[in-house]
Design a protein around this ligand. Structure first.
Ligand code: FAD
Length: 473
């Protein structure tokens, strides 16, 4: 049995709980909850699988495993499931999705919605019938649209994407890793003459930060073939226009098997199974699980309590990440049939200078817009984000819009850490090969955006395949 650097804390905590460190037997007098719903006062929760994180991937994993007959406990840090899915409801109860809002189409996406009896519909883009207003939100200056043929550039991009079909399944890259994938995106744009497509690409792949410096493979993972199909044939969204309903339904189904506002504080992972101390609103509990699925961003600061070995620590320490924020705000004075795109007059391809707003997108509620905001590599406070957004809005006055000097920000979401990435050098020398070799090691499996892509439906498909391996093991 291995002990992490938390060993001392573990001994204290387990001792405090009255649990002996000889895990195969329970301490005297402790309630053992073998698959029934955990009840207040029960210290030990015994399950086939423990899932960490209740975002897109973790919620899918937990509910699907239960459907397949396995007992599960899910540990989520927030007081609700959904991860990057955020829905604002106005006083009349009308929703605005200001996180995840559309889904690419695959059978797992369809089944997941059907399982919860949540009706879906095609995404309606006709709301912005007057198209985009391109404005430099540092000054209010108008910016011309990109020159050249968008269709031709997107065709070239798609042709390159089709040369790398394995990107649709995860990060199992050929060796040696094809040079195109490792090029800085700025060089990839030049090589394939993608200039006219950069605006569209960057609109769909918000939140990455300085995209020109990214290895091109991250752009190809994010703006995937699934996204291209979605643009061509339509994305799916909840018919209620409130994507959070999916996760509310999942939360109801999981009941007390979802430990909300809870985090693992210490763990011992062994080849025989896992013992994890979880801090819950009802106190500290012990989870005993045969298998573990980690569905949170695999950063050291998140995984430190998980008894990492040297190899795991070394890999997770290599990730860097970007910062991404969203808001709902009142922009009366801006017509409801345009989106405001932040474009810089003086940068390559007019890519906006971060930290700043990417886009103000009109909602179905008069005067209310969702605002998507990139922090790049800067970790901003809520106050800093709000201050920059207010300044961005003020610049709209110079563009001729009669907006308030002090726009009301009705909802705010911090989606950081957002995109996890490593350098081209690390990718070339097998970072993702090594990362994937962790799957199943120490009876621990991983899913989530860092293991595939920032695409909920693609993650459900990825997780579905992973679960077959988890079950078979
Ligand atoms: C603003 C925005 C808009 C997006 N729009 C779309 C879209 O329209 N369509 C689409 O397909 N994708 C979209 N995405 C991408 C989508 O969010 C990701 O594909 C997906 O949410 C990633 O799922 P995940 O399970 O990896 O992580 P998340 O959904 O982030 O879930 C991780 C969960 O783990 C929890 N957690 C973190 N640390 C801990 C811890 N230590 N202990 C316990 N729990 C923890 C978090 O609270 C969170 O609930 C968008 C993302 C953002 C940010």
């Amino acid at each position: 049995m291995r002990f992490s650097t938390n060993a001392a804390r573990l001994v204290l905590l387990f001792g405090w709980l009255g649990i002996g460190l000889s895990f195969p037997t329970f301490g005297p007098g402790l309630a053992d909850d073998k698959g029934d719903e955990p009840k207040k006062g029960q210290n030990i929760i015994t399950r086939d699988v423990c899932v960490i994180g209740g975002g897109a991937s973790g919620t899918y994993a937990a509910t699907r495993l239960r459907e397949l007959g396995h007992s599960v406990v899910l540990v989520e840090r927030e007081d609700h499931l959904g991860g990057h899915t955020r829905t604002y409801f106005d006083p009349a109860g009308r929703p605005i999705d200001y996180g995840v809002w559309v889904y690419s189409n695959n059978t797992d996406q369809v089944r997941f919605f059907e399982h919860f009896n949540i009706a879906t519909t095609g995404q309606d883009f006709t709301r912005i019938s007057q198209g985009s207003q391109r404005i430099d939100l540092r000054t209010g200056q108008s910016v011309p649209p990109p020159v050249g043929s968008l269709v031709d550039a997107m065709t070239r991009y798609t042709q390159v994407l089709l040369q790398h079909p394995y990107l649709a399944d995860g990060w199992e890259l050929p060796g040696p890793v094809p040079e195109d994938l490792l090029l800085p995106f700025r060089d990839f744009i030049v090589r394939y003459d993608l200039g006219p497509a950069v605006e569209v690409l960057t609109l769909y792949i918000q939140g990455l930060g300085d995209i020109l410096d990214y290895p091109a493979v991250y752009i190809m993972k994010y703006f995937s073939f699934g996204v291209i199909l979605g643009i061509q044939s339509g994305f799916t969204t909840s018919a209620s226009l409130a994507n959070i309903r999916l996760y509310e339904a999942a939360q109801t189904e999981l009941g007390a098997d979802a430990l909300l506002s809870s985090t693992i504080i210490a763990a011992q992972r062994t080849d025989e199974g896992h013992n994890m101390l979880v801090s819950t609103p009802d106190g500290i509990r012990l989870i005993r699980a045969d298998k573990l699925i980690i569905a949170i961003p695999p950063l050291l600061q998140n995984l430190e309590p998980f008894d990492l070995d040297y190899r795991e620590s070394d890999l997770f320490a290599q990730f860097d990440y970007s910062h991404y924020y969203t808001t709902v705000l009142n922009l009366s004075g801006v017509p409801q049939d345009v989106q405001i795109l932040n474009r810089a007059v003086d940068t390559p391809y007019n890519i906006p200078v971060l930290p700043s707003t990417y886009v103000f997108y009109p909602s179905q509620i008069p005067a209310l817009f969702s605002g998507f905001f990139g922090g790049g590599t800067q970790n901003l406070t809520e106050e800093e984000v709000r201050a920059i957004i207010r300044d961005n809005v003020r610049q709209l006055r110079n563009a001729g819009y009669d907006v308030s000097d002090d726009p009301e920000i009705l909802a705010y979401g911090n989606h950081s850490p957002f995109n996890l990435f490593v350098s081209s050098e690390a990718i070339a020398t097998g970072f993702y090969r090594d990362l994937y070799s962790l799957q199943g090691q120490r009876r621990t499996w991983y899913t989530g955006a860092a293991w595939h892509a920032h695409d909920s439906a693609a993650l459900w498909q990825f997780t579905e395949r992973l679960l077959q391996r988890v079950i078979a093991d």
